[in-house]
Design a protein around this ligand. Structure first.
Ligand code: GLA
Length: 659
């Protein structure tokens, strides 16, 4: 126990950090197998597959929908290479819906549409293979991606049957999805055909109830829906999760080198925010993007407050880029730049959805903007966190591996905005110089305190910033969301987030009652905000920085060589009075290091300071003695990982992180 250090000098009277042996005071530990809050000492977000950085590349869907062929795919692939974009990281070339002809009977082997992909016609008969195409892409230094569905049928079949290249044949032949064929298909796509990525959609378990025309007409077999996009309560979350887990296992089995990517496409349904990160490398948070500004904002909103749910190995996916089309076409480069910059700072996969044969030099230069790509591909993998949002203005700040900050300031609206970027937004000191490098122009400027900026309609400013950190000897936990995993976020009844902009999906105009909240992420853990978006506050004390979560939560935090964990803890004022209390626990590699006393509502913030030297995984657990179903917001205020010396000058057991 030599690592545990009680430091009473740092604590106010009456408060004590109780060390491990005092766990006996806690009313009986729950057996580990049944207690989701029991420490595991293990990072539980996905580490399978290979996605240390947000994937980059190209996908056929936004460019062509399902009207695809080999020539179109290879044309954009060639331009990726020739333009230098591939060398910058745009290496994935993903074939989306439209490649399949049928599932051969009776052996169930998938058959490729050889009229569109002639190199796949290897014969004899309807024996087809994508190997010639994946070999070609690999020889170009690229990686190849394929598309399927978790159900029996595809999105095209269910929702866009009039689009080109729908599967053909009998009912069984047209069942091209993975359902019932997971092992067979994954082995075929990866071991035999040589793909590196699969995107797995979910339409086949969503839109084929007995009442649909598809089923009534005898066109497809019924699949009692597991997903109801509009009602989480009618979604069989466990069943959906089990199906995707089966695919994850098959991918693991058939890719012994681990070099693959699993793209989960559930559009934010099925409470995927809580578990997609545990098995996918990227996970969609919203329904499809369209080439419309307001729809892009919808998709942005589904990721912008979910930084804690993403990191190396498992990224939030607000859908593919639509730069090049509609509101983001060559005549709307302001909007195109904004869309691209927002995706870059959110650590979104940068997947181009444009026929690159039509790209102008200016558009290619946007995809290839080295500063923006570096912002997205920063090795620390911390998604940006909102620093300001009101009206049409948002400021997002991303902590970079070298301690600098990336910052995006966006004007979502149609009127110019005069704004102030403050050092505080960047968690830099207001009395020291801040240097900004404009990633569009390369210009540099400095300011102290705050900088007035003007944004034209839909304009986005992007900077890299250096300055004096307000926390010199470490990082706030909310500055390093890529190293945080809300293993349990306390949400017991997932709810759709009403705060997300509801852009019109397009085809239905303003008929009906409009779009409804669809992303089941309301009440999850948040950086610098309460789970419901309020400021963090304990007994009237405001914390600009910290982790807001619900009680009955367990948050994993990677410790990259820091010596101390510090926080001020308590029930968030938004919880309101009530006869319940919470207790905060800090574990290191599964061992209890410290816990607070029981904190009732209204108790002042209680400081905790814990020696974490030598522990690689810190777990922050909050238990409530109240009804476990009550969503009770709690605060890890100013939560930080620090070096040993309070002033930042000292060293930790492993030499600190260099920040
Ligand atoms: C769904 C997905 C899209 C695309 C289409 C293909 O809508 O969300 O990204 O793959 O299916 O039909």
């Amino acid at each position: 126990m030599h690592r545990l250090k009680h430091r009473p000098g740092l604590l106010p009277g009456g408060f004590a950090i109780v060390l491990a042996f005092a766990l006996a005071l806690w009313p009986g530990p729950v057996p580990a197998q049944t207690d989701p809050l029991a420490p595991t000492g293990r990072w539980s977000a996905n580490t399978r597959g290979s996605a240390p950085l947000p994937p980059m590349g190209w996908n056929s869907w936004n460019a062509f929908y399902s009207d695809i062929d080999e020539e179109k795919v290879l044309a954009s692939a060639t331009i990726l290479v020739d333009s230098g974009l591939a060398a910058m990281g745009y290496r994935h070339v993903n074939i989306d819906d439209g490649w399949w002809l049928k599932r051969r009977q009776p052996d169930g082997r998938m058959v490729i549409r050889t009229d569109k992909f002639p190199s796949a016609a290897i014969g004899p008969g309807d024996h087809t293979s994508f190997r010639p195409l994946t070999d070609r892409l690999h020889a170009m230094g690229l990686r190849a991606g394929i598309y399927s569905d978790i159900g029996r049928n595809s999105c095209g079949q269910v929702y866009t049957p009039n689009l080109a290249n729908q599967p053909e044949g009998t009912i069984a032949e047209r069942e091209v999805g993975l359902y019932g064929h997971v092992d067979q298909d994954i082995e075929l796509y990866f071991a035999e055909w040589g793909f590196d990525l699969i995107k797995v959609d979910g339409c086949g378990i969503r839109g084929l109830s007995a009442e649909t025309d598809h089923v009534r007409s005898g066109n497809y077999r019924e699949f009692a829906p597991l997903i109801d996009m509009n009602t989480l309560g009618r979604t069989d979350i466990a069943a959906v999760q089990a199906l995707y887990t089966e695919v994850g296992e098959a991918l693991h089995r058939h890719n012994p080198d681990g070099d693959y990517l699993f793209s989960v496409c559930l559009w934010g349904s099925s409470n995927v925010r809580a578990w997609g990160k545990n098995l996918g490398n990227i996970s969609r948070t919203s329904d499809d993007i369209t080439p419309q500004w307001t729809r892009m904002l919808t998709n942005l909103d589904t990721v912008s407050t979910r930084a804690l749910y993403a990191g190396p190995g498992a990224w939030n996916d607000p859908d593919m880029l639509f730069v090049g089309s509609g509101d983001f076409d060559a005549d709307h480069m302001t909007e195109a730049r904004s869309h691209f910059a927002l995706w870059a700072i959110m650590n979104a996969p940068l997947i181009i959805g444009f026929d690159l044969r039509k790209a102008t030099p200016e558009q290619l230069a946007l995809f290839g903007n080295p500063g923006l790509v570096a912002l997205n591909q920063d090795p620390a993998g911390h998604q940006a966190v909102p620093a300001y949002q009101s009206g049409d203005l948002q400021i997002f700040v991303k902590t970079l591996a070298n301690g600098e900050k990336g910052v995006v300031i966006v004007n979502r609206g149609l009127a110019p905005i005069d704004a102030q970027l403050s050092a505080g937004h960047l968690k830099f000191r207001g009395d020291a110089e801040v240097t900004l490098t404009d990633l569009w122009s390369g210009d540099r400027q400095t300011f102290i305190g705050e900088l007035p900026v003007r944004l034209e309609p839909r304009e986005t400013l992007v900077f890299r910033a250096t300055g004096a950190r307000t926390l010199p000897g470490g990082l706030y936990v909310s500055e390093q969301p890529g190293d945080v995993n809300p293993a349990e976020d306390g949400v017991t009844t997932p709810r759709h987030d009403p705060a997300i902009h509801r852009g019109v999906i397009g085809w239905q105009g303003t008929r009906g009652s409009g779009e409804h909240p669809q992303y089941g992420g309301f009440g999850g853990a948040q950086a610098d905000r309460s789970p419901f978006g309020e400021p963090l506050r304990i007994a009237g004390t405001r914390f600009d920085t910290g982790i807001g979560t619900l009680a009955n939560s367990r948050i994993e935090v990677r410790n990259r060589g820091y010596a101390r964990f510090a926080a001020n803890v308590g029930i968030d004022d938004s919880a309101g009075p009530g006869e319940r209390s919470v207790t905060f626990f800090v574990y290191g590699d599964g061992r209890l290091l410290a816990h607070s006393g029981p904190q009732p509502f209204g108790a002042p913030p209680q400081p905790m300071e814990v020696d974490i030297r030598g522990f690689a995984l810190i777990e922050l657990v909050v238990r409530s003695d109240a009804n476990a179903l009550e969503p009770l917001p709690v605060v890890w205020g100013d939560a930080a990982l620090l070096r040993w010396d309070r002033n930042g000058g000292g060293t930790s057991a492993r030499g600190g992180s260099g920040l």
